[in-house]
Design a protein around this ligand. Structure first.
Ligand code: QUE
Length: 349
């Protein structure tokens, strides 16, 4: 509960729909452990309830869907090692529950949808973007890596666009999200209330209702650079990616974005995308995310990145190491090692 004792997640049943609404607007609905557990509890209660035929996930208020996880508390080490483990264990269990949910889940990407917010949206069967949608996986900017199942969905985007998103923290609007398949439908925000009422009322399936009401998001701005993305981000190392970027304005902007990210995070992230590309199940992806998350969360760059970007907002992180050439491949590989078997990630029973 927030200090105002307003619940941070509002779970209700309306008609045939279970509704989950994020309600922590002051922190852009950044997910706390309590929010994750409340969403999980509602989804489990509805899973075998024949009256619930569809689940909708959206947010209250004006400020956007979800900025990520509440990593401020984690980086400040408020609850120690156990709090870090509990946070990622339950967040990833929720991502996996959404991915495997037996009923259609419709998530509304209306405004900022980043990090942990993408982790709610991407495993959902239907993902509705509005003109306010702003999608990104910006974790390398805080010394972390794209987690919450990004090892599944980013390498499976067209060409090398997922690698580009992971390494540059690029922000996408609705038309690009539709073009890449990050979103399944486009709707102007003013039409959402009527859409949700129609999904609640039925009787047609949410897919049919969405298909009939969806509108055209317009031309995707990334189209002209997709060939450059696919060529550069297919390279096997960060250094080779930088060398393969074109010399004109767009290429220089990508190089500049990468130069601002944690060098260690960049190398972990590239390796993570390549491993994810070959993983056979979402559960396997989540187990890898958990190993990486626990190890990266205790490193200098995560505390420093959260300090620079979220706490002090000076945007001048002092990364260690500060240079790509000083990152040890052996140390990068060690981030992916198994945990003791009793400490590995497991899905909900
Ligand atoms: C990378 C991230 C996050 C981020 C910024 C990054 C993230 C996250 C937030 C965030 C934003 C506003 C808040 C808040 C957290 O910012 O995961 O509490 O009020 O949650 O560059 O991964």
């Amino acid at each position: 509960m927030s200090p105002s004792s307003e619940p941070e997640v509002i779970a209700t049943v309306e008609g045939r729909a279970g509704r989950i609404r994020l309600n922590r607007p002051r922190a852009l609905n950044a997910l706390t452990l309590a929010m994750t557990l409340a969403i999980t509890r509602a989804l489990l209660a509805w899973r075998d309830d024949p009256a619930i035929q569809v689940v909708m996930i959206d947010h209250m208020g004006e400020r956007g869907f979800c900025a990520g996880g509440d990593i401020r508390a984690l980086a400040l080490r408020s609850g120690g090692r156990d709090a870090v483990r509990a946070f990622f264990l339950h967040e990833y269990r929720l991502n996996h529950l959404i991915f495997t949910y037996p009923k259609p889940v419709v998530t509304f990407m209306d405004g900022v949808t980043m990090g942990g917010g993408a982790g709610l949206a991407m495993p959902s069967r239907f993902r509705v973007a509005t003109e306010a949608c702003l999608f990104a996986m910006p974790e390398t900017a805080i010394g972390f890596f794209p987690d919450v199942g990004a090892g599944w969905f980013l390498p499976r985007l067209p060409g090398r666009t997922g690698y580009w998103l992971a390494l540059t923290s690029a922000r996408l609007g609705a038309a690009d999200c539709l073009h890449l398949g990050i979103a399944t439908h486009y709707m102007p925000a003013t039409a959402l209330d009527a859409l949700k009422a129609a999904i609640i009322a039925g009787p047609e399936s949410p897919g049919v209702i969405l298909g009939r009401r969806a509108e055209d998001a317009g031309a995707a701005p990334i189209r002209p650079v997709e060939r450059d993305i696919d060529r550069a981000f297919d390279q096997p190392t960060i250094e080779a990616i930088l060398a393969a970027l074109p010399a004109q304005k767009w290429g220089r902007a990508q190089a500049e974005a990468i130069a601002g990210r944690s060098p260690f995070s960049l190398k972990v992230t590239l390796r993570r995308m390549r491993i994810g590309e070959g993983q056979a199940s979402f559960a396997e992806v989540m187990a890898t995310d958990y190993r990486c998350a626990l190890r990266l969360a205790s490193r200098h760059d995560f505390a420093e990145g959260v300090r620079a970007v979220i706490v002090d907002k000076d945007n001048r992180p002092a990364w260690r190491p500060a240079d790509l050439a000083l990152v040890s491949d052996h140390e990068v590989a060690s981030i992916f090692a198994n945990l003791p078997s009793s400490e590995e990630w497991t899905a909900l029973p």
